[in-house]
Design a protein around this ligand. Sequence first.
Ligand code: SF4
Length: 277
Amino acid sequence: MCQHSFLAHLDTMCPRIKKSAWGGFDDNQLRLVDTTPKSKVSCLTCQDNKAGAKLLQNTTGRKLMDMFQLLLDRFGPQEWWPGETALEMMIGAIFTQNTNWKNVEKVLKHLKDLHLLSLKGITSLSIPELAEMIRPVGYYNVKAKRLKNLIDFIVDRYDGDLDGLLGEETGVLREGLLSVKGIGPETADSILLYAAGRPIFVIDTYTHRILSRHSMIDDQATYDELQTFFMDHLPDDPDLFNEFHALIVRTGKEYCRRKPLCNECPLNTWGSIPHFS
Ligand code: SF4
């Protein structure tokens, strides 16, 4: 981080952190800046912060923040979503379903190298041509159709104006994305959170599995119920939701698998004892 961004960052900080952070640009300070997401999110639990004060009043919210802190302490900031533009993030949100991110990165780079990672570029390809190019992401025929549907939606409804789409009110934007064939709640919410920066909590299989194994939710809880559970108990903060979801995915991939690895998991001391069905 350069000196200018560091100073700009300090201006947005809570006075408590600002006081402890300021003091020069030695290695120590830069290390502190490297933990920006952590520091920023820690503000939520501070009494000087209105959202934080609200959070401290609800037990479930505190429990969720304990979970968040345990994960952040173990894994550190995940720096999601990798992607240079909003369109790249949106395309990544479609490609990443049921595959690992390395395959998605490979395909995004390939499209970028061919100058096809744009509305115009994708529009110029037929579905079979696009499917062939994105083969490494798996389910390539389905994903090619979904991506074309999304691009058609942006072109038809917004005349290709991506900023116009992303500038919509959150409810309108979500409804619009969900109206695209093949875009479900998880993909729509990923776009809302990571491409449009809206305070929407993204739910996935891992979120459901971890919370139900710790008896925080009913095994049969739906996507909407689980999302409401998080959003009702946490402050509306896109940075928090961004980091939290990324940390949950990391935990699910590394530990909370079908056969869980509780002994090594950072959540093995959190909440009620895990149970498995
Ligand atoms: S402690 Fe076990 S059940 Fe809980 S999140 Fe970790 S792996 Fe899953």
